[in-house]
Design a protein. Structure first.
Length: 351
């Protein structure tokens, strides 16, 4: 009787191991809960280049029609409209990281397996790197790797502020996060201003509309001390707890906004007149970010040096990402699914 089997040296074994390594890495990423291949996600993921050649992926949107049509007695033929569409693109890049030991004697001395820990460190690095790329991209319009390569930060086209501030330089220490400002952002996000701008599209979950507000832990601390927020949280019914986007949320307590916190939200201690501590929080709807994986999306390579005395491990990632921005025909480029919400913060840490 013949049986299908894979040995440790089989090419299939390495491929299956890397696929599991990739899945585990993505699952551990903070952004995983917000991702999906459809447009009804905060992060839209394209996988078309996982099995084909190329280094560009295009994301499309269709704008709401604004033509008034025709009335009685008017011919429709000759007065048809055209679809208003726009696109944004992602260019793939590659990032590698490696660790290397000092030889057989050092592996013998260690009370743990240097080989095993080396492999685990690669996964930890990959999770941290992917999250760093997405946080930086959401805040500054480019990936962190592009910034390291000399790229310039791109200012958000939609910015709100805590309190009564109207700019970074106008921010005061008491311009903290409030439910009133959150409601104002929700109202703004839903409107097109007579089609002069593109509304943020909420994430649809079981017939309800939701936006996501991602804040720094210091800002979350301020929010938890706000009496109106606490009252809303007490009165709010639990909604769709089985959906990934609710995992780890602070709550859904105000105008259908899901609150999340993370320390990688960008912060500053030089806002206002130069000494105000603040944070660049992120208010997001559909397609806030676009992300693509390449053909060799994740691979791990083990290499031996000096007649197999030393062991080295390398991880490589092939991906691309952008903060979605689309240019409406006849208009200028604008962020599509994200707004920056700059607030003062109680400085809990020294950062």
């Amino acid at each position: 009787m013949a049986k299908t089997a894979f040995t440790t040296s089989s090419a299939e074994t390495k491929k299956l191991w890397e696929e599991k390594f990739f899945r585990d890495t993505v699952l551990e990423s903070f952004w995983n809960k917000f991702e999906g291949e459809g447009s009804n996600n905060v992060v839209q993921v394209q996988r078309m280049l996982e099995k084909s050649q190329g280094d560009h992926v295009y994301f499309f949107i269709r704008y709401t029609p604004t033509n008034v049509g025709v009335g009685p007695g008017s011919a429709m033929e000759g007065n048809e409209d055209k679809l208003l569409t726009a696109s944004d693109s992602v260019t793939l890049t590659r990032r590698r990281y490696a660790v290397r030991d000092n030889g057989e004697l050092d592996r013998q001395r260690a009370f743990f397996s240097i080989d095993v820990e080396s492999e685990m460190s690669l996964k930890e690095w990959a999770v941290e790197w992917i999250d760093r790329e997405k946080f930086f991209m959401a805040t500054y319009g480019i990936t962190y790797s592009a910034f390291l390569a000399g790229g310039s930060k791109v200012t958000n086209t939609k910015v709100f502020y805590g309190g009564d501030a109207t700019s970074d330089g106008d921010l005061a220490a008491d311009d903290l996060i409030t439910p009133a400002q959150i409601s104002r952002m929700v109202a703004y996000a839903k409107q097109t201003n007579a089609h002069s701008r593109v509304a943020l599209r909420p994430i649809k979950i079981k017939g309800r509309d939701y936006f996501v507000l991602l804040v720094h832990p210091d800002v979350a601390y301020d929010l938890k001390r706000n009496s109106e927020y606490l009252q809303n949280l007490r009165e709010c019914l639990q909604r769709s707890p089985d959906h990934p986007i609710f995992t780890g949320a602070l709550g859904v307590s105000h105008d259908g906004v899901i609150f999340h916190e993370h320390e990688k939200i960008e912060i500053s201690n030089t806002l206002g007149a130069g000494a105000v501590s603040g944070a660049y929080n992120l208010f997001m709807g559909q397609q806030a970010l676009c992300w693509a994986w390449g053909h060799d999306m994740l691979s791990v390579t083990k290499k031996k040096f000096d007649y197999d005395e030393e062991h080295g491990y390398q991880i490589s990632l092939t991906y691309g990402g952008t903060r979605s921005a689309f240019t409406k025909p006849g208009g200028s480029s604008a962020d599509y699914g994200i707004m920056r919400f700059t607030t003062a913060r109680t400085k809990i840490t020294d950062a």
